[in-house]
Design a binder for this molecule. Sequence first.
Ligand SMILES: [Zn+2]
Length: 297
Amino acid sequence: MLPWLQSYQTNLSTLVANNNLAHAMLFTGPLGIGKTTLANWLISSLLCTNSVKPCGQCKSCLLHQAGNHADFLLVDTTNTSVGVDAVRQITLFMQSTAQQQQNKLVLLANAERLTEAAANALLKTLEEPPKNGYLLLLSPYPARLSATLLSRLQHWPLAAQFDGRAQHWLEQHSNRAVPDFLLRYCSGGPLQALKMLESGKADDIATSLGVLEQFFSDKITLQDTVKPLLASEQVSLMLGFYLRQSYLPRLLQHNAERLPLAHQHYMRWCRDEQNILGQNKSLALSALLTELRRLRH
Ligand SMILES: [Zn+2]
């Protein structure tokens, strides 16, 4: 198990062993914290017919490993929204008899994608879950779930990882150098950080952050700044990160009264970037950076 999830695993193990596990649970935490990893382990535990820890050898474990267990339903949430049809499928599944005389499990990732109607329909299933039925929801954005739905789920927030342990884990799992900013950039989700590292995106971001640093230290021109930034995939995310980590703390130190103005400029630029079709991105970014640099002086 991923080192930062071991304490959750121990707690869940105890609950399973004591037959005390909640029937509807929600795992939350940043992208790449390992919600799916922990959920899959818990599902294996609940499906195994030999032990409270997945034995990996019983018929149930083998079926689950092969992705073929009739008592496990993985709800497809790859679409942008999850509607009442998916919930109907969950309800029918929960009502049917377990084929391996064990538990019945439903995993619904990206729970924030449930439509309002679907969330309401799900509430009915949550009211009276069958004795051997467990529903597991995952979401990196629990604030987007309705308060009623949240109140029916036992919430397990998986803590973001910013410490040396996660940094060390990244170093062990990649041949590439791990930039200091990466875990913070990934909101403390080490698996997401690893993905960015391996895909080379971490290098692109490091380059863009370096470009911004040079620009705000008056070492390069506006033109030499805007061009490489626009080539980067995640310009608004990266710029927001730079502002939070470097620009705003320094502005706070020297010109604190200008902080709201800087924030306003950035927010307006983000809004326009999303809403204005055919926006001249180079011009808009140039205007923002010029304003931000002016506020620094
Ligand atoms: Zn087993």
